[in-house]
Design a protein around this ligand. Structure first.
Ligand code: SAM
Length: 284
């Protein structure tokens, strides 16, 4: 029995179901239910909330979410070997855990959740962590269907998510996250917490969607930041040629210095450039 529920310890679950970690699936399991409970608590109040979890694996975080009061967990897992272990958790919490076997990059998660408050909580597989986050943050409808995202990343990615303008890790990811959410690093998790241990430190990041982000079209912001940071050391009068044919009028209309570099532009300045570009091309 474990400290948080009457289910067996995770080490035993993994041994009984033969869940040897597979590197290609980004499998680094958390076995300490106190730590998974800490992640669950970092996501905010869970009473009455449906949680979307990506990659439950043997279910350490899933159990913590349920033990900490989530009304329902919908979990998407790609590895069929994990399903029997997850079925045991579902039996322990009748009607509260639904496991979908599939690739989280393909499954339309929002459609699975139904009405009511929802949060996303996951110890993400590192190979798909950034595309999943960008997918959630680039939905057209905003505010989105989820109240928060609480996600484990490699620390280096977490630093890019929360990076302020002018800092080394500031780039496309920082602009997107800072524009649409308030993001903070909740805490770091050392390699020894995982089985097998990854090479680097990880961080749990908590992102809360802004109710009212600065107006701009998400597609335009994506194109603009791709051009700007695709050549981050170049001046914007040069790098933004990948965004509009002649960037100078746009840069001047925004009141910016054409010799500035992308890494020094604020999120408000990116949003303004995106808005002005859409206005001049008649897309607004
Ligand atoms: N949540 C568990 C924990 O904390 O111990 C496992 C986390 S492990 C880092 C990542 C999990 O994501 C693995 O169970 C892996 O099989 C699963 N996974 C990998 N790629 C996936 C994908 N594209 N869609 C859904 N699950 C995936």
């Amino acid at each position: 029995m474990s400290a948080i529920d009457d289910l067996p310890p995770l080490r035993e679950v993994i041994a009984r179901h033969g869940l040897m970690a597979k590197k290609q699936l980004g499998q680094n399991f958390l076995l300490d239910l106190n730590l998974t409970s800490r992640i669950a608590r970092a996501s905010g109040p869970l009473e009455g909330v449906t949680v979307l979890e990506v990659g439950p694996g043997p279910g350490g975080l899933t159990r913590a979410l349920l033990a900490n009061g989530a009304a329902r967990v919908v979990a998407i897992e790609r590895d069929p070997r994990c399903l029997p272990a997850l079925a045991e958790i579902a039996a322990h919490y009748p009607g509260r855990l639904e496991v979908i076997e599939g690739d989280a990059l393909e499954v339309d998660a929002a459609a699975m959740l139904g009405q009511g408050p929802a949060r996303i909580v996951a110890n993400l597989p590192y190979n798909v962590a950034t595309p999943l986050l960008t997918g959630w943050l680039t939905t057209e409808a905003w505010p989105p269907w989820f109240q928060s995202l609480t996600l484990m990343f490699q620390k280096e990615v977490a630093q890019r998510i929360v990076a302020p303008p002018g800092s080394d890790p500031y780039g496309r990811l920082g602009v997107l996250c800072g524009w649409r959410t308030e993001a903070k690093i909740a805490f770091d998790v050392g390699p020894s917490a995982f089985v097998p241990p990854p090479k680097v430190t990880s961080s749990v990041v908590h992102l809360v969607p802004r109710a009212d982000p600065l107006p701009a079209k998400v597609k335009t912001m994506e194109r603009l930041t791709a051009a700007a940071f695709g050549q981050r050391r170049k001046m914007i009068r040069q790098s933004l040629k990948g965004f509009v044919r002649d960037p100078l009028p746009l840069i001047e209309a925004a009141g910016l210095d054409p010799t500035e570099r992308a890494e020094n532009l604020t999120i408000a300045e990116f949003a303004m450039l995106a808005r002005l570009a859409d206005r001049t091309t008649g897309q607004e």
